[in-house]
Write a protein of this length. Structure first.
Length: 300
């Protein structure tokens, strides 16, 4: 892997703060590998692609990036899932005083992550990840989750047989403290190969992580993510550096997302809300804190 020329870094840094399109000429590109964007409901396709790329450019010149929610793991129910979060976000924007608005959706999702379990999106998800890792390709996670969900996230990764500690880039174990990857950005955390970006632009976040860890730019990035916007973000950032991105939009959870039932999830929330508040009252808010999950004052 090569460290980019300082002039390239300056151009990219300015573009992270202002919307712009950049083109950088590089002479170390393998032009036989081109950026592509495809869909698949089977992570085996992603594995095969990563192994194929590694055989062409070398494992250490390849970087594999996985998403978590609705890509490697999914919630056991709609309540607390990615589609629930997006419904709550849109609801807060459209009708702040709706009786179905839980208030601080981040706090509620943290509680739901704590009390709920996750399942693999497909039975062999961990095996597919391990096949890439066993080929000596660096493999990391870039998730939109924030550091507040750190303990719940690592618990469910471990429970489902997923670990990125030994395939990670950067210092062993990552960084003990959260940090802001970009100027005026949101606090993030990188630990044991899992980069928790707090909903920020995944292309910019990965580039910032490469710089922070002193990792040279890969010749090819392979990524799997269920969100097209994250794929577009990665291609936008690394396309400007003429680094091909093999992007796979994972569709294995699309049917569950499509069938998301707001009314059922609202009923499910109301059925457990009091119990979660009682647990917090008795045991304290160390694992989750619902204090801000109340109706806005202007709605009273």
């Amino acid at each position: 892997m090569k460290i980019p020329h300082p002039s390239h870094l300056a151009i990219l840094a300015s573009c992270f703060l202002t919307a712009c399109t950049i083109t950088i000429q590089r002479d170390d590109i393998d032009h036989s590998v081109q950026t592509l964007s495809r869909e698949t409901a089977d992570l085996a396709d992603v594995t095969a692609d990563a192994l194929g790329i590694a055989s062409r450019v070398g494992p250490q010149n390849t970087l594999m990036v996985f998403d978590i929610d609705n890509t490697l793991l999914a919630m056991q129910q709609g309540l607390g899932a990615d589609q629930w979060y997006e419904w709550q976000r849109d609801l807060a924007n459209e009708d702040l005083c709706s009786t179905r608005n839980v208030g601080n959706r981040f706090a509620v999702q943290g509680a739901l992550f704590y009390v709920s379990a996750m399942r693999p999106t497909q039975v062999d998800a961990a095996r597919q990840v391990k096949a890439v890792q066993d080929s000596d390709i660096p493999v990391i996670v870039v998730t939109s989750r924030g550091p507040d969900y750190r303990l719940q996230t690592f618990r469910e990764l471990r429970r489902n047989g997923l670990s990125f500690t030994h395939s990670a880039i950067g210092p062993p174990g990552g960084y003990q403290q959260p940090f802001k990857p970009v100027e005026n950005g949101r606090t993030s955390r990188y630990e044991d190969g899992v980069f928790m970006t707090t909903g920020q632009h995944k292309g910019q976040m990965l580039y910032a992580l490469l710089q922070k860890t002193g990792t040279g730019l890969p010749k090819v990035i392979v990524m799997a993510d269920d969100k097209q916007k994250n794929i577009d973000a990665m291609i936008e950032t690394f396309g400007a550096l003429q680094i091909p991105v093999h992007a796979w939009r994972y569709t294995g959870e699309d049917e569950n997302v499509k069938n998301f039932d707001p009314e059922k999830t609202h009923a499910d929330w109301k059925s457990i809300e009091a119990a979660l508040w009682q647990i917090q009252q008795v045991l304290g808010p160390d694992n989750y804190d619902l204090s801000s999950a109340v109706r806005p004052e202007e709605c009273e």
